[in-house]
Ligand binder design. Sequence first.
Ligand code: FAD
Length: 450
Amino acid sequence: MGPDDGGHGGRIAIVGAGLAGCLLAVLLGRRGVEVTVYERRPDPRVAGAERGRSINLAISARGLAALEQVGLRDQSLKQALPMHGRMVHPRGGDPNFQPYSADGERHINSISRAELNRSLLETAEATPGVTLVFSRRVTGVDTKAGALLLEDADGRPSTEPADVILAGDGAYSAVRDSLRPDGETDFLEHGYKELTVPPRDGEFALDPDALHIWPRGTSMMIALPNLDRSFTCTLFWKKSDFAALDSPGKVTSYFAEHYPDVAGLIPDLVDDYQRNPVGSLVTVRCWPWVRYGDGAIVALLGDAAHAIVPFFGQGANCAFEDCIEIDRCLAETDGHWPRALSLYQERRKANTDAIAEMALDNFIEMRDRVSSPVYRAKQFATHALERRLAGRYVSRYELVSFSTIPYAEIPSRIRRQNRVLALAVVGAGTALGLGLRALIPRVRRHRRGR
Ligand SMILES: Cc1cc2nc3c(=O)[nH]c(=O)nc-3n(C[C@H](O)[C@H](O)[C@H](O)COP(=O)(O)OP(=O)(O)OC[C@H]3O[C@@H](n4cnc5c(N)ncnc54)[C@H](O)[C@@H]3O)c2cc1C
């Protein structure tokens, strides 16, 4: 089957009832498309959320725009905490607050992954045409026969016929593995581990209106607030550094030395540290995302197509945009799956490549640059410019987090803005120089006349 062949439906399967899989199911159900979602885990609403994934997420403009389309924006914001800036905790200095936007008003939102997934699951379940099947792991796809290969919780194999397979099965996608597209999965040498700062006397132990960062050069810790007044801290360290703290004494003394203002706020520090796993951070680059087989079309979306490192807080936001784009392409092609999916991948790839690079770059900004006085002065100047040239000069952070302009347009827009700015600075410098030259003879005449 190719992009121009007939293909208005048949049996549609989504793999993965994560953030992207659920949102896509809702969008398709609303479009009148019958869809079955296969999820490897048991229903998290019954079994509880899986451990080992980030507990909370920063959701910003792109994610909210997508949630709006399925009527979940306001509900999600009610379960979220606004963060108006970064609270940077430098080594041996007082914390300083750096607002995210020039007006200090804009914010990103700390939201529980489990709650967001639950709202999406409930909305999907309530959408006519959507069927959710839990505890069914997809082990591969047969694009010739048009089938999903599955395994139940006891490892018993089965197959299900499917004409269109939409794979939202995450960064370690089994569907991607079975398609073997060109590309690679890059593992960062850093991993992550989560710790909890519980409430202190029933209140937040840190300022809840900020995303806290402890930049430490080659590594860092961050903390996001939760509705129960706790904070989830995430350490981003080299994997070998996690392993080096192999005794309670080493853990406590390391934290006392490197994170002194927070060490005392984590009563279960040693337990948390020893019990919680070290997760991997990956960038997935692969192509094509769509495979046209004789019996089925398969498309990758979300992390399965383009997992990115979490340093811009954009992975889920970006995965949601994929779902909106698939829905838009179906509308534009009058429900013609092969053409819609072809359009989808063409439109999204440059955008996901762009955010993947910006996310990697932001790690260096967060773990290192934010603590430098030069960086702070530059931020101050950037915000001043944004206020003066409203809409004409917009920082990269604002374009990524507070706008929905395609990610791919952001790097070139920033370069253009900086060129114009450089020209303006040179122009102002030249004008100043010319003004001074014109002034000097007059000053000399004035002095001679004295
Ligand atoms: C530490 C960390 C912090 C992050 N912080 C942010 C943030 O602040 N903001 C943000 O936007 N993003 C953040 N992200 C990224 C975000 O978590 C992902 O981009 C997002 O979850 C992708 O959604 P998805 O639906 O594609 O994949 P997932 O959310 O991973 O969902 C995949 C689903 O597929 C299921 N599944 C997997 N394999 C199979 C199989 N073989 N068969 C059936 N089902 C299967 C899984 O159980 C899961 O339910 C963070 C990621 C990490 C690791």
